[in-house]
Ligand binder design. Structure first.
Ligand code: PNS
Length: 164
């Protein structure tokens, strides 16, 4: 069975990795797909940078592949032959958003299921927006980001003059 874990991943955090690790155990193949969120207009990192971070962060998982897609998620699912979308939820607010998105996706493609995994306890306060705040204030990133990308993220942030 093939599943997709879509997101904007700006940048990918340890909370995302927790979901990926657990979802990878449930499916034969998991595509982690870097996408556009129309509500998030000014990402800190370009799609190419986010994709590189995801690629490095998931390299250790044998059945996980990083990809990117600019269109509709349901079209990507058809292209990949995926039957399940994986989403993570840290709280009722996340659940409500994901529930609404699942209804939209199922209205387009009724046989595409959404599996919502509850975040593991150590990561319930993790988010990409929190990671971006830590990047802006030049805080140590290994606490929030996968170790494989923490230095790259800090370097790119420096090159882009992000933060102080
Ligand atoms: O990490 P995010 O920002 O919560 O991810 C949201 C994302 C990218 C999965 C969502 O915005 C999305 O699916 N975008 C692709 C366009 C699409 O298919 N929209 C309809 C479903 S809401």
């Amino acid at each position: 069975m093939t599943a997709i874990y879509p997101g904007s991943f700006d940048p990918i955090t340890l909370g995302h990795i927790d979901i990926i690790e657990r979802a990878a155990r449930c499916f034969d193949r998991l595509y982690v797909c870097v996408m556009m969120n129309a509500d998030k207009k000014n990402p800190m990192f370009t799609p190419e940078e986010r994709m590189e971070f995801v690629k490095k962060a998931v390299a250790r998982f044998e059945n996980v592949q990083a990809e990117s897609w600019q269109g509709l998620l349901t079209d990507y699912a058809v292209q990949k032959g995926a039957t399940v979308l994986v989403k993570g939820a840290r709280n009722v607010c996340d659940f409500d958003n994901e529930y609404q998105m699942s209804l939209i996706n199922r209205s387009i493609k009724p046989d595409l299921e959404t599996l919502i995994l509850p975040a593991s306890a150590p990561y319930i306060h993790f988010s990409s927006s929190m990671a971006r705040e830590m990047i802006r204030y030049r805080q140590p990133l290994k606490r929030y980001l996968p170790p494989e990308i923490a230095e790259d993220v800090a370097k790119i942030a420096e090159q882009k003059h992000i933060g102080r």
